[in-house]
Design a protein around this ligand. Structure first.
Ligand code: DHB
Length: 319
């Protein structure tokens, strides 16, 4: 049984896409609906539609043998259809018919834009639709991300949490310092309806260079972009577990980063994840990835004698 509950809403299985992967337009979202994913989340929306950065802006990174086996680098620049597109999609979304809830990622470029967007979603009173507010987009040139400014996060949440009313979540960047885990968890714990944190967004501003051509792998930002996939697994596990240990009772962690098979999914759950998002591996393999990782996770659980994810969630042993 791979089922889970996030923010009070049931998912038939723990897996869905990471925001940004396979979710900008309706044809991609439909493929997620038709897949084995237990839910789906839309591309981070801004108030206005955006073209994003020049291409190539995503590149799989080889691990020496397999294309994309090492992970990925990307700097999409928040290309999206504008929040009204996703609001319309959410309005016509039938949770009962699809058998999965819909997550909506919002990434306002200003607090005023975020206020306008969350107000529109709150007023639409969409059941089975959950907001994940993005505090960690690293790819808008000139904009530092909110996730690395604890005071700005606090004042943003103080404004948005009461407007959202319902349980919601935030997408966090990776942290690398124990003091930062403490500070961010303390902010999160102040807001009752902040029900989950999604850890982690891409590891910001890596640089991938092709050995033969001596060129950067992507065009924007002189080749700088967010790292994803296998290479970020251990950073992701640490962030999931750090927040799992620190969050107030009832708050949850959604794990994302480095899941390429059932094994990494199992580790994310051991670290404390209540659901699991897949980004790079979805980009490389497409929506069939969900049926595969479900089979693999089920087979690991069967071998270990676990019948549900609750039985081992957060139960990583320390030495
Ligand atoms: C983009 C990247 C992110 O990590 C994010 O949170 C939002 C947008 C992007 O490059 O489009």
């Amino acid at each position: 049984d791979l089922s889970t509950v996030i923010a009070g809403v049931p998912l038939s299985n723990v897996f869905f896409n990471a925001a940004g992967a396979w979710c900008q337009r309706e044809d991609e979202l439909q493929a997620l609906l038709d897949s084995g994913a237990g839910s789906l989340i839309t591309k981070s929306a801004t108030y206005e539609a955006r073209e994003g950065n020049p291409t190539p802006r995503y590149a799989p990174l080889a691990d020496g043998v397999i294309s994309g086996g090492g992970g990925s680098i990307s700097s999409i620049g928040l290309a999206n259809e504008g929040y009204k597109y996703y609001l319309n999609y959410a309005r016509q979304f039938d949770v009962t018919r699809h058998g999965k809830p819909l997550f909506i990622s919002l990434s306002g470029l200003s607090l005023a834009d975020s206020v306008k967007m969350v107000t529109a979603f709150a007023q639409a009173e969409l059941s089975g639709c959950i907001l994940e507010i993005n505090f960690s987009c690293p790819n808008v040139p000139g904009k530092p991300q909110l996730g690395y400014d604890m005071n700005a996060m606090d004042t943003t949440l103080a404004t948005l949490a009461p407007l959202i009313e319902k349980p919601f979540g935030i997408k966090l960047p990776p942290y690398f310092d124990m003091a930062h885990f403490d500070q961010v968890a303390a902010v999160v714990n102040k807001y009752d309806n902040l029900a989950f944190v999604t850890c982690i967004n891409s590891v910001g501003n890596g640089l991938a260079i092709d050995l033969d051509t001596e060129r950067a792998m992507i065009k924007p930002k002189n080749g700088f972009g967010g790292l994803g996939g296998r290479m970020i697994l251990n950073t992701a596990l640490a962030n999931v577990n750090a927040f799992y240990r620190r969050l107030a009772p009832g708050k949850q962690v959604i794990g994302v980063g480095g899941v390429v098979s059932g094994k990494e999914a199992f580790l994310h759950i051991l670290a404390g994840a209540s659901a699991i998002q897949i980004g790079t591996q979805l980009m490389e393999e497409g929506p069939p990835v969900f049926d595969r990782v479900k089979r693999e996770l089920e087979s690991i659980m069967e071998k270990k004698g676990y019948n549900s994810v609750e039985e081992f969630r957060g139960k990583v042993k320390t030495l």
